[in-house]
Design a protein around this ligand. Structure first.
Ligand code: NAP
Ligand code: MG
Length: 492
C-alpha cells in the first residue's frame, strides 16, 4: 500500500520522491509506505494554507456553513469506521477493541460536537455609559500547525483539527512518523467532504525536519502540540520567532489513589486498565498506584493474579487484550526503565520481560509489569515511562495520599477510588492536575475540557474551552457621543 500527503486538496508525493515505511508492531514488518516530506513540501503547505486563510472563504463562512462541512466529515468517518479501526490497529498495534470502540468513534464524534457548539463562541456587549458601547468578538487565529504523537494517532489529530476548523482556522497537520496512515485516510474523507482548497493539509515525515520547519515558520500563527515534554519545551523556544500562540498537551505521571473503603475488585480492575490499556502508552496512564495500607496486601495479591492473565497478542485478533509496543526502539526504552527500577531496588512483582511465547517473537511485545517498594527518589516514581509499567506505593491517610500524588512535576490527571464522596470532593480540590476521575478512569467527553497542570502543559482540548483556545478575542469600542470629548482634548 502506498499513501500520499495532502496539500491544497491534492494528494502528492514528497518533492524528492522519498518514502518512509509503516511498520506493523505486531509483526515487525513494513506493510505500507508514505511520503517522507521535505521542508520544501512544508513550505508549500504553509503557503497554500496562509492564502486560504487570508484570501479564502473558510474564515468568512457563517458558522452554519462550517458546521455543515464538519458534520459531513463525521458522517463519512462513521461510514469508514471499520476500515479505519483495522488500519489503526495494524499501524499502532493497539487491540481492535480499543480502535473500534474508542479511537474511531470518538474521532468522528468530535467533528459532530464542534459543529454543534460553534455558535457558542459569542462575544458580549457592554454599554459602558449611555454613549459608549463596547462589544467583544471571537475570531479565528489563522494558520494552525497541529503536531500529534503516535499513541492515539487519529483521535488526537481530530481533537485538534475539528476544533481548529470549527473556529474558522486553516490547518497544517504533521502526524508522527510512526503512525501516519489513519491521518492520511482522514485526508481522503476531507477531500470527499469537499472543503475549500488549502483549508486542511497534511505533511508527513520526520518531526526533527518538517515538524521543526512548521514551528519555526513565521506564517504560522499557532502551534497545537501533543507529545513529549522535551519536544514541547523545544517548541516553546522555536515558536518565539513570531510569538505564536501555543497549546501544549505533554506527558504525565498520574496517581491512582485507592482508599480502603473502595470496592476492591473495581479498583484493581481499574488500576490494571489504566496501566496496561494501549500497552500503557497513554499520557493519562495511572503509573503511580497509591494504595491505603489497610488493603495493601489483598490489593496486590489480586492485582498480580489478574495482570498475569492478560492475553498478549496481535491486536487484530479480537481476543487480544494487550498488543505490542509501538516500536523496537520504544520497547528498548521501556526495558531500560525496568532495569533502572531493579537497580534502584524497587521490587519487581511480575512481568519486566519480553514474553517467551514463540508466536510473538517478531512483534514488539512486553509483559505487563508491576513494581512495589517504589520510593519518591526513584526513576520509576518520577519519570514518564509510557509503557506497561505500574508502580504501587503504600499510603497511610488522606493527607499522605495527596502529598504523594502532588509530588510530581507533571499534573495531567488523577483517579480516586472511594465510597466516601465527601472525601473524594475534598481531595479533588487538593490535587494539582487538570482532570480528576472519581471511581472512574479515562472518561473523555467531547463536552468536557482536557489539559494538564504544571509541566503537563497548558491550554485545553475539547469542550467549549477547547473551541475558544483556537480563537482570539477582539474588543470593539464605539463612541456614540455627539461631540466626543477626545476630539476636543487639545483646544485648537
Ligand atoms: P514526541 O516524540 O514528542 O513526538 C510528538 C510529535 O512531535 C510527533 O509528531 C513528532 O514527529 C513531532 N516532533 C518531534 N520532534 C519535533 C520537533 N523538533 N519539532 C516539531 N515536531 C517534532 O512524542 P511521542 O513519542 O510521539 O508521544 C509520546 C508523548 O506524548 C508522551 O510524553 C505522552 O505523554 C505525550 N502525550 C500527551 C498527551 C496529552 O494530551 N497530554 C496525549 C498523548 C500523548 P516524529 O514522530 O516524526 O518524530
Ligand atoms: Mg506503525
Amino acid at each position: 500500500m502506498e499513501y500520499q500527503m495532502f496539500i491544497n486538496n491534492e494528494f502528492c508525493n514528497s518533492s524528492n520522491g522519498e518514502f518512509l515505511e509503516s511498520i506493523n508492531p505486531a509483526t515487525g514488518k513494513a506493510f505500507a509506505k508514505f511520503p517522507k516530506g521535505t521542508p520544501q513540501d512544508m513550505d508549500r503547505a504553509i503557503e497554500v494554507s496562509r492564502n486560504a486563510f487570508d484570501n479564502g472563504d473558510w474564515p468568512k463562512f457563517s458558522w452554519r456553513e462550517r458546521a455543515m462541512y464538519l458534520r459531513k466529515i463525521a458522517e463519512l468517518m462513521a461510514e469508514e469506521a471499520y476500515t479505519l479501526a483495522q488500519l489503526e490497529t495494524q499501524d499502532n498495534g493497539k487491540p481492535l477493541k480499543e480502535t473500534t470502540f474508542i479511537d474511531i468513534p470518538m474521532a468522528a464524534d468530535v467533528f459532530d460536537y464542534f459543529a454543534s457548539i460553534i455558535s457558542e463562541a459569542k462575544g458580549e456587549a457592554n454599554l459602558l455609559t449611555k454613549e459608549n458601547l463596547s462589544y467583544t468578538l471571537y475570531e479565528p487565529i489563522g494558520v494552525v500547525g497541529a503536531i500529534v504523537p503516535w499513541n492515539y494517532p487519529l483521535l488526537l489529530a481530530c481533537w485538534k483539527v475539528a476544533a481548529a476548523l470549527a473556529a474558522g482556522n486553516v490547518v497544517v497537520l504533521k502526524p508522527s512518523q510512526e503512525t501516519s496512515l489513519s491521518v492520511l485516510s482522514l485526508a481522503k474523507i476531507i477531500k470527499k467532504a469537499d472543503l475549500p482548497k488549502g483549508v486542511f493539509n497534511i505533511v508527513t515525515g520526520l518531526g526533527s525536519e518538517i515538524g521543526k520547519a512548521l514551528v519555526e515558520d513565521k506564517r504560522v500563527d499557532m502551534i497545537s502540540f501533543t507529545g513529549s515534554n522535551s519536544v514541547g519545551k523545544e517548541i516553546m523556544k522555536l515558536s518565539s520567532v513570531n510569538v505564536k500562540k501555543l497549546l501544549l498537551e505533554l506527558g504525565g505521571k498520574s496517581a491512582d489513589i485507592v482508599f480502603a473503603d473502595s470496592n476492591l475488585e473495581e479498583a484493581v480492575n481499574a488500576a490494571i486498565l489504566s496501566n496496561f490499556m494501549n500497552q500503557g502508552q497513554m499520557c493519562v496512564a495511572m503509573s503511580r498506584v497509591l494504595v491505603e495500607e489497610k488493603i495493601y496486601e489483598p490489593f496486590i495479591k489480586l492485582l498480580v493474579e489478574r495482570s498475569k492473565k492478560i492475553k498478549i497478542g496481535d491486536g487484530l485478533d479480537p481476543s487480544t487484550q494487550m498488543g505490542p509496543l509501538i516500536s523496537e526502539k520504544h520497547r528498548k526504552h521501556v526495558l531500560d526503565c525496568i532495569t533502572n527500577g531493579i537497580k534502584e531496588k524497587a521490587k519487581l512483582l511480575c512481568g519486566g520481560k519480553i514474553p517467551d511465547n514463540p508466536t510473538l517473537k517478531d512483534g514488539f511485545y512486553l509483559e505487563p509489569t508491576i513494581f512495589t517498594d517504589v520510593k519518591n527518589n526513584m526513576s520509576l516514581f518520577n519519570e514518564e515511562i509510557f509503557g506497561p509499567v505500574m508502580s504501587v506505593i503504600k499510603f497511610s491517610n488522606e493527607d499522605n495520599a495527596v502529598e504523594i500524588a502532588n509530588n510530581s512535576t507533571h499534573g495531567l490527571a488523577c483517579s480516586i477510588w472511594t465510597n466516601d464522596l465527601k472525601k473524594a470532593h475534598r481531595i479533588s480540590s487538593s490535587i494539582k492536575a487538570g482532570t480528576i476521575w472519581v471511581n472512574n478512569f479515562g472518561g473523555f467527553y467531547a463536552e468536557m475540557p482536557f489539559g494538564g497542570y504544571k509541566e503537563s502543559g497548558f491550554g485545553k482540548e475539547l469542550g467549549k474551552a477547547g473551541l475558544l483556545n483556537y480563537m482570539q478575542l477582539k474588543h470593539i469600542n464605539i463612541n456614540l457621543e455627539k461631540k466626543p470629548l477626545i476630539t476636543t482634548w487639545y483646544s485648537f
